[in-house]
Design a protein around this ligand. Sequence first.
Ligand code: NDP
Length: 316
Amino acid sequence: MSGGAILVAVDGPHAAHWAELFRAHGQDRPVRLWPEIGDPAGIEIACVLRAPHGLLAALPNLKLIVNLAAGVDHLLADPNVPDVPIVRAAHADLSMRVTEYVVLHTLRYHRRQPLYEAQQRRRVWKEHPQPAASEVNVGVMGLGVIGTEAARVLARIGFKVAGWSASEKQIDGVATFHGAAGLDKFLARTEILICLLPLTKATRGILNLSLFARLKRDGAAGGAFLVNAGRGRLQIDGDILAALDDGTLQGATLDVFPHEPLPPESPLWAHPKATITPHNAGDILPDILVAEVMAQIGRLDRGEPLLNLVDRKRGY
Ligand code: NDP
């Protein structure tokens, strides 16, 4: 049975590669690469990554929108997204890559690596007391597909791990908190704060000075630390700088920024307590993702429930 076309609308250097992969997996559906969309009425599936707002509203026979990334904030910022199901990228490959990033930077603070790097530059041979992981409290904001995996791996290493989410959760080895009512308790026990929240109306700007001030600073980690691999607009850069300067935070590792690329004039680049990475915490092998998308299209065609559906009211 032949189906309507798949539109690949990707803003970025790899758009043609995505289209090639979809053609290789595309079965009997033609694949079109934006901006050459052809007859809009022939398109049933739109696979998007930072696609221009307004594009989807011009597709009258759209049946499914596939967001080729985990975060749907750019897609949902389009006020005219048609009322068809939206699914997003979620896969063990992506979760494990972000988990690697989180573990790397948690261990870097836990093992005092910035201090040893500074000593190395001065040729200083000096050992500092090293707490056990079991003495250090790590808190993961966002216990979704990725946050749950990261929390589990951190707990397996031996950290005292807590997590915070919108709804109540139970995860073996992880103390869980939820909602506005659970936030203060979660923060009060957290020394190394990992942020894996989606960007929504409710989470925008949540990583601010008032929140940092509620973290635990008198624990074995030697202060409070932030690792944000969620989205840039969760954080207030000026507040992070102020918190690093006055000791509210002893370190911040940031993979995401309100404006990307981070502008060269940002004082974060040169701050001695900041670690900057270019939004590279997570990625997914395009081959894996395209195979997942084709499986979703199969479910749609057979009338089966779709996986990783986005709830547009919640915003994630
Ligand atoms: P999920 O949608 O699976 O999980 C989101 C989690 O955040 C859920 O636990 C949810 O709670 C929680 N949450 C949402 N809103 C609130 C709120 N207001 N208060 C408390 N908790 C809240 O997302 P993923 O785990 O797949 O991904 C998380 C984010 O990571 C993505 O949105 C994306 O922005 C970012 N990301 C970044 C990457 C990078 O390279 N830096 C790569 C991949 C993802 P509940 O479970 O109760 O609904």
